[in-house]
Ligand binder design. Structure first.
Ligand code: CA
Length: 218
């Protein structure tokens, strides 16, 4: 899962980015509203954590513009503004959830997983169709009767596929889900991760669509 954090407070930003990385999520960070809209124009994030009090463009404005141009990524407002009117305005403009600072990182991660699951049309806490199951809390995957803990990047890759069972993701798409902006990607990195997942679970846990990409069964 790739998350965009929009937060101008350096201390909070660094703490949240670290927590996202520890949870095997891919994270990008921008520190003002205009940069947030530019990042969202590329549309490669599965979820957005949005502060409201931001330089250059307020979070409410970011939300309004993003939704009005058809942006559909789930958005959680994370802000110190706890006035009921702000909460109502945010939710009415298309935010999916609302968290008031200071917050518990565990709760933030649980809410992130919940909004992404709901968007995928899957309300159950364990992801994946068919024979594959994922356990976000422990970063474990299960294929048939075999259950293993994956590395953060293996988990991120399998999570991206499991959110879209039956759908082929290309190498470039998978790279976007597994790596952030500032991370260098080796040309065979995705092959290496898929090899690792298959070795831990089963060769057929991830299917090859020759020349196109990879998928997991529905
Ligand atoms: Ca702020």
């Amino acid at each position: 899962m790739r998350v965009l954090l929009v937060e101008d407070d350096a201390m909070i930003g660094e703490a949240v980015i670290q927590a996202l990385k520890d949870a095997a999520l891919t994270a990008d960070w921008v520190q003002d509203g205009a940069a947030a809209l530019a990042a969202l124009a590329v549309d490669e994030h599965d979820a957005v954590l949005l502060d409201l009090g931001l330089p250059r463009k307020d979070g409410i404005e970011v939300l309004r513009e993003y939704r009005s141009r058809g942006g559909s990524a789930p958005i959680i407002i994370v802000t110190a503004r706890d006035a009921v009117e702000d909460r109502i305005a945010g939710l009415d403009l298309g935010a999916d959830d609302y968290l008031v600072k200071p917050f518990d990182v565990g709760e933030l991660l649980a809410r992130l997983r919940a909004v992404v699951r709901r968007k995928g049309g899957n309300a159950s806490p364990v992801l994946g169709g068919g024979r594959l199951r994922l356990y976000p809390d422990s970063r474990e995957a299960e294929f048939e009767t075999r259950r293993c803990r994956l590395t953060p990047r293996e988990y991120a890759l399998l999570y991206a596929l499991a959110l879209r069972p039956g759908q082929i993701l290309t190498r470039t798409e998978l790279e976007k889900h597994v790596y952030g902006w500032n991370e260098e990607v080796e040309s065979n990195a995705i092959d290496f991760l898929i090899h690792g997942i298959r070795k831990k679970l089963a060769p057929e846990a991830v299917r090859n669509a020759r020349g196109l990409g990879w998928m997991v069964d529905k």
